[in-house]
Design a protein around this ligand. Sequence first.
Ligand code: TA6
Length: 291
Amino acid sequence: MMVHALLPPGVELTANDYGRRFIEVNHTRVSARIALQGAQVIACQPQDQRPLLWFSQTDPCRPDTALRGGIPLCWPWFANDRPGPAHGIARTSDWHLTRAHADQEGVRLVLTLPEEEISRQLPDEHWALEVEFQLDTALAVTLRTTNTGSVAQPLSQALHSYLPTEDIAGTSVHGLDGTQYMDKLEEGANFTQSGAVQLLGEVDRIYFGTRADILVHDGSDQLLIQRSGSNSVVVWNPWIEKSRQLSQFPPQGYLGMVCIEAANAGPDSRMLQPGECHALSTRISRPVAGP
Ligand code: TA6
């Protein structure tokens, strides 16, 4: 029997027609939706703002599949760093809501992946894992990993944020000029970014050695991505061909999204010592218009 935290006003547990369960947030300053499976925020819209996240219009949110959009939690490995499901086990596992708080500023939620659920899927590993969501005029997500075992354990991870864009051809990603990246489309070869990242075809890159803030500009909107606990950031757009191959992804979906993922991936992958805790955070907001 799942025991959830007592829910404050504006926070409720719901289920869709397929039985998939969600946390629905309807606060005066923000609305949001988080799937309990995967602890995946799939919608967040601060009051008087456009949505902060992109979510597939074709994803029926059936249980036991990875949802397409929002912020999937890639843990305890990124992509195919290890054998097993792409992006690890967190996004297809059942999480528990353990803390829920609301005040006039916003809503704070903490979900935990039960240690027995982790051990069932990773029998020789010992981890504690929780994720915290701070929902207000921005969306902040912090994924906290603790090595509860007696030996060092490898960790690569990403907060796989799908961001909306009105016009992919007019979208540019700023903050990575001069930064090195591993290009998945070039067998992982290293390159150096020159200027802003333009999205004029498939892009699948791990930028590393950077803690810089990232600004996504699409002409009519700007999104600021701030990170902590992260020296790498993944930039991804599947473009036309890959869009046709992806699950729950509309053929034209690439025109309206770009992934900017706070990560510990590639050269920024980690090794957690016994007892060590590592927090990976991302904060998505709209920069306050200047004076
Ligand atoms: O973060 C980029 C990436 O690793 C791409 O290579 C692509 O595989 C994407 O993640 C989506 O992965 P998914 O398993 O969610 O379809």
